[in-house]
Design a protein around this ligand. Structure first.
Ligand SMILES: NC(=O)c1ccc[n+]([C@@H]2O[C@H](COP(=O)([O-])OP(=O)(O)OC[C@H]3O[C@@H](n4cnc5c(N)ncnc54)[C@H](O)[C@@H]3O)[C@@H](O)[C@H]2O)c1
Length: 382
């Protein structure tokens, strides 16, 4: 099985032969037609969970529909308002609105399921979807515990189905450029990685603020960065230490059990040290996001919306910014790539292994902070 190549919107259009709306399946070679039951030529998607992210993924999917060969056939959410709103968005496609996810998975007119339910339900929903013979696009992270990670990992391996994790940065040309330069030795030997996510926005209700359900801030949110670290460095950390907790947002609201700030340090193979800090109460206008890889010959960094490569030559730093296509949308590229992986039986870039190591890296950091000691990777791999 081949691994999927990064996909640009232009290449997606070229590959599928799609230009504008309508069914283009007839123009596809038989081998790239969807693996569906019966005579239906479309790849048929069911959505499980259409809250904030699920409805966002649906919107992006509907954008793809005008240029490809997808159909949304079923929408499941226990919240009738959200379910009805999502069905409505699909207009003439008229997907079935479903309350119980088992009914969605029993349907013969669903080939693949997009899962965007709260994190503590991912294992239950992904395992059931794979057992029902559906391909899965499952939002990040795999789950709040190492047990969840192991359960999904085993189910994917057993199923033979395509499984993609909601790491849209894996399809983002800025991150792809950063990975290329670091992995090709463009900044020399990497010794140190430093990164931060300092924001002025934070969740105030629901499963997001419950550590047991979300896995805490580091697992729920920073798993995106953990994915970048493991991908770019082509490995996972050996151990972690960390400090953090709740200070500025204590009691807001009283049921909050997640941290509002923390700092973690990881040791990677080849004597690479990585430091990451995360704070969600940064005063307005002072926040920022970066991931910086420091090598013996230069530096590769994602700074907000720029990828900046700085090489040291003759004692002088020479910086080069890599421009990004303004219309690029990584989530749309991720969905398109998922569809292509199903059609062509290819392994997704954001595959189960990416989900496994990134989720475990985040859980490793959380465990070190909670236990107030150094924690080894082996302690988490069950
Ligand atoms: N990739 C990204 O950038 C990104 C961004 C935001 C959220 N997410 C992820 O997306 C997932 C969902 O986050 P959200 O912000 O949309 O949460 P949300 O609470 O807004 O939505 C979750 C939805 O799932 C529904 N649901 C709960 N239990 C269900 C069940 N048993 N059956 C059917 N539906 C059920 C809820 O009614 C709700 O509509 C999380 O894993 C989150 O980490 C990813």
């Amino acid at each position: 099985m081949h691994q999927e190549r990064p996909l640009t919107r232009r290449r997606f259009l070229k590959t599928t032969g799609a230009v504008t709306g309508g069914s283009l399946v007839a123009s596809l070679p038989a081998s790239s037609r969807p693996n569906v039951q019966g005579a239906n030529e479309f790849l048929r998607l069911g959505f499980l969970g259409v809250g904030d992210r699920g409805s966002n993924l649906l919107r992006h999917t509907l954008n793809c529909i005008s240029v490809s060969t997808l159909r949304v056939t079923a929408i499941c959410d226990i919240d009738p308002k959200r379910r009805d709103a999502a069905v409505e968005k699909c207009g003439g496609m008229q997907p079935a609105g479903i309350h119980d996810y088992r009914e969605l998975l029993d349907r013969k007119d669903v080939d693949a399921v997009v899962i965007a339910t709260p994190i503590h339900l991912h294992a239950e929903h992904a395992v059931a979807a794979l057992a029902a013979g559906k391909h899965c696009y499952c939002e990040k992270p795999l789950g709040p515990t190492p047990e969840d990670v192991k359960t999904i990992h085993e189910a994917v391996k057993k199923s033979g189905k395509r499984f993609q994790v909601g790491f849209q940065w894996r399809y983002h040309s800025g991150f792809l450029a950063l990975a290329d330069v670091v992995q090709s030795g463009g900044i020399g030997k990497v010794n140190f990685v430093t990164a931060a996510r300092h924001t002025a926005s934070y969740p105030t209700s629901g499963w997001y603020i419950d550590r047991k359900l979300s896995g805490d801030l580091i697992v729920e949110q920073a798993v995106h960065e953990m994915n970048v670290f493991c991908w770019v460095l082509k490995s996972h950390p050996l151990r972690a230490t960390g400090v953090g907790g709740t200070n500025a947002l204590k009691g807001t609201p009283p049921e909050r059990t997640i941290m509002d700030h923390y700092s973690v340090a990881y040791e990677f193979p080849n004597e690479i040290t990585l430091q990451y800090s995360h704070c969600i109460y940064t005063p307005n206008g002072l926040g920022g996001l970066h991931q910086t890889f420091l090598g013996t010959d230069g530096r590769g960094a994602r700074l907000e919306n720029t990828t900046r490569l700085t090489v040291s030559k003759d004692g002088k730093a020479q910086a080069k910014d890599i421009p990004l296509p303004p219309e690029e949308d990584p989530t749309e590229l991720a969905i398109q790539s998922f569809v292509q992986c199903i059609r062509q039986d290819k392994e997704p870039l954001a595959n189960i292994e990416a989900g496994r190591v990134a989720t475990l890296m985040a859980i490793l950091g959380r465990t070190a902070i909670q236990k107030r000691r150094q924690v080894e990777w082996e302690e988490l791999t069950l």
